[in-house]
Design a protein around this ligand. Sequence first.
Ligand code: FAD
Length: 494
Amino acid sequence: MGETEDERTSQAGQLFENFVQASTCKGTMQAFCILCRQLELDPSNYTDFYHSLKSAVTSWKAKGLWSKLDKRASHKEYMKGKACTDTKCLVIGSGPCGLRTAIELAFLGAKVVVIEKRDTFSRNNVLHLWPYTIHDLRGLGAKKFYGKFCAGSIDHISIRQLQLMLLKIALIVGVEVHVNVEFIKLLEPPEDQPNEGPGWRAEIRPAGHPISDFDFDVVVGADGRRSTLDGFRRKEFRGKLAIAITANFVNRNTTAEAKVEEISGVAFIFNQKFFLDLKEETGIDLENIVYYKDNTHYFVMTAKKQSLLDKGVIIHDYIETERLLSSQNVDQEALLSYAREAADFGTNYQLPSLDYAINHYGQPDVAMFDFTCMYASENAALVRENFRHQLLVALVGDSLLEPFWPMGTGCARGFLAAFDTAWMVRGWAQGRAPLEILAERESIYRLLPQTTPENINKNFDQYTIDPSTRYPNLNANCVRPHQVSSIFNVCPHL
Ligand code: FAD
């Protein structure tokens, strides 16, 4: 006996719900496959996928999400999903910024492929969200995927939860995502068939994966602070020695834990007594500390070198920071105690038990990083040309501008760059002159390091990929086309 219409509707609703509720990267990919198979949807049909899914899944819960995504898709900049229909984009990395960029490119109607070298989202660390990012994510249906998203005054989320929800949204809007696929380098179009042959491709690992045959017009480097895309010079900002420690403790969600207040950034200058008391009582000397309650109890703090030496965390004092913080020179047990003691004092000894959460490597989740040198790319984009095939190459997220974690600017500035990149790709697809597009992108990029929650436009409802909706007093022509000639037609072997 065949299924009734009602049974089909309820089965589709359930399959969709399994996908929405999946709690890991692998689980999400699996649930998505099952959903597509059972509902006979073809995810490679990227132009129609969202609409087919929407027609197939009509449960009331899904409808709530569709209305949010429809609202977003109605931004005039996307031209009803036709702004970039002939553009093929490769995004390297499924961190928050790669996925956020991929979603925008899909709204523009482009064919978007994301490759990610890992198949797990395991970072417990927590990102601070600016009000506009909360508004942005709500508009994409964040709460449907993660019911606790920014409830009340919460303005943060763990990196893995954020990746998980963005992965789901990306899949829904027709982005093709491949995990366990690592980008190695760009491959130039072959010399012997200048016009009809394939264009730019990527060398990837594992070799022979179908994505090695994908040729694209745009590539976006979203692979984190150690970007693999060639041709971008990096600027270094050398500050005074800054050593940051992150620590995650198990959150058992008890009432006692719920009562403990978060610390949203106690800088030394604002609360000298706190830090002096901490030093006097424990010998721990910090410049700042942040505590967010999320899936874990997450702490990030900047510690002074001398106190790390005094407490035996760093064994020998070396001038070169790399050597100073190398694993051979760090006493892991002492580091665990140091971070735990600071967390205990910072929360006024109110957290009942500070047991370390376990990280991806099966170890207690504590880490120490050097922020003495921070990197930013000199340019946000460039164009390569080979045998008449032009390729637009862009950076977003940490690959573009490395954030200082205790200030938590990574995701907020990362999303701004994701929108700016989508805007550039739109111009590219519309056939604007490459030098003009690059000059505009550089003009906008100059604003990025200065952005704060206070100095960007306050009317979040008006935000689109058009930069003028987000940056007040934008001068999109401050860099002139002749000033960007060095990033146009960049020699492939740079
Ligand atoms: P990422 O989130 O770094 O994502 C890059 C992605 O690219 C990763 O999934 C990676 O696996 C993938 N990738 C890398 N190379 C390749 C390749 N060759 N091919 C395919 N895929 C590739 N910020 C804070 O504010 N507070 C914190 O406590 C904090 N902790 C962090 C801890 C770690 C270990 C890391 C790496 C970053 C941390 N950050 C933190 C930074 C924060 O995660 C980023 O600012 C934010 O996630 C946005 O970054 P992104 O999307 O640009 O890159």
